[in-house]
Design a protein around this ligand. Sequence first.
Ligand SMILES: Cc1ncc(COP(=O)(O)O)c(C=O)c1O
Length: 408
Amino acid sequence: MTGPTRLSVSTQLDNLKSKEQYRQLPPVRHEDQWIILNEQRLLNISSNDYLGLGNETRLQSEFLTHLQQMPESLLPKMGATSSRLLTGNHSQLPLLEQELLDWYKLALSDEQRSTCNKEVLVVNSGYHANIGILPALAKLPLNTLILTDTLIHASLIDGVRLIGSKNKHCSYQRYRHNDMKHLAALIEQASEDIERIIVVTESIFSMDGDRADLKALVNLKAQDPRIELYIDEAHAVGVLGHNGLGLAEETQTLEDIDYLVGTFGKAFASMGAYVICDKSVREWLVNQMRSFIFSTALPPITHCWTRFVLAKMPTLYNLRTHLADLSVRVSQVINADSNVAYQSPIIPYILGDNASAVQKAQQLQQAGFYALPIRPPTVPVGTARIRLVMNAKLTTGDCDRLIEQLTS
Ligand SMILES: Cc1ncc(COP(=O)(O)O)c(C=O)c1O
């Protein structure tokens, strides 16, 4: 290409470089839990493979044996070839949705289980879920106020944006990060003609690793029947809760959450996402959620792997406990506090300016750790950081070596 676009692109790229905001795709190779970068073997402390299943070769061989034992005619296909509403609703999908519902019900009390009216919808990714659900909900003719935590993930921000300014019965405000008083005040100020207030948050925040106060949110909901809760558990699924359902399981708030979103791309080491919601809402999403309707379903082989991992998920509490222990060990150093309570495996090491984050990442890489600088616009200006992420494949010795580097 020649002409104005090319010229403008190269000027803007130079601009990103001068602000230390330029990104490149790293040429990485994976070998077991190691990442090979420029022929150097690095320990992975950057992915979201919290349970280490992405590199669990034994588990992967077990899956391949499972496939070999299937009759050829029933082998899951490598491509879905159309959206679920056409021919893409392969048999793996309804099976996965039923098994996810069974998993969800495992964590409910007997009484809750007997009255549970929830269903599961599987979609192609967390991004598809978050850009699709809110716009679909906003099509209902209800005066709606959407209140989001300021630090929600870009996919949720895009979901709000896609509602569009033409939608006159839907308004939007943000509350300060995890500030329940601010949220309560915004709810209090909501005018009387607001019929529905949807509160949107992540349960574990992707860049800060801290937790939303789900119990406080449920208490707020109990005080105002207009409130509905939309919780994105992308970083908590597999990691928290006895069965691995996430923070809502751990805090026993599952039943009070109206739109419970989880993803398979992180601790599940697969791809896809789900929303657990009221049966009728699921029907509405199937009819109105554009990112669901207008996208080819994931390959059935992927759903088959997700089902395989899901069957093991309730039993992986030893990995969850080990992960928690490692995370506390490292957080204690970063936060210089010996009484740090376990938040999550995501531990932000804030450097502030972009150049310092880049430099620290380089230092950690030289010392054998695959660390990456996270810079604006992914995080707010002035909070560039290394996002340290623990995974269950790490040993306490690995963490101690990391701590040595962080404190040197
Ligand atoms: C909180 C949160 N929600 C959603 C997503 C998107 O999920 P997916 O990778 O499945 O598109 C991410 C991805 O990083 C995330 O951090």
